[in-house]
Write a new protein. Structure first.
Length: 139
């Protein structure tokens, strides 16, 4: 499979999972993270979404120093998206550990959610800027 085909499949999967994680996030925000199933579903979708983000970055930069690569980008939006992703992941792991121990929503979870929503908003902008990539047909 060619590199561009892999990237296209990854990007379509990311688009789908972006919508799924956004839906899951809104549901958790609306219910105060009550219920085991919605939280576990959010964790599962978030894990798959994160793996797709990592694959997407890998397809662009391979396994080089991603911090250096993002810091060298001319436009700051993708760099900001990278750091929001890292913050969301780190806070998500900490929130999940807290939730496993206490089974309650925490302030940490609220911060994770707000940064996650910001990351998704910037991510949607990232997608919209590259919408032509989704529209191009395979020849």
């Amino acid at each position: 499979m060619k590199h561009l085909e892999k990237l296209k499949i990854c990007n379509w999967a990311l688009l789908i999972f972006c919508l799924l994680i956004l839906t899951s996030s809104i549901q958790l925000e609306a219910t105060g993270s009550r219920g085991l199933l919605p939280v576990w579903l959010h964790v599962f979708i978030g894990l798959l979404f994160s793996l797709l983000v990592i694959l997407h970055i890998y397809l662009h930069f391979k396994w080089c120093n991603w911090f250096a690569r993002f810091n060298k980008l001319k436009k700051p939006v993708t760099r900001i998206l990278w750091y929001l992703f890292l913050a969301t992941i780190i806070l998500g792991i900490a929130t999940f550990i807290h939730w496993l121990i206490s089974n309650h929503h925490s302030i940490l979870g609220g911060v994770h959610g707000k940064i996650g929503f910001l990351m998704l908003a910037v991510g949607i902008g990232h997608i919209l800027k590259r919408i032509k990539f989704f529209k191009t047909s395979k020849k």
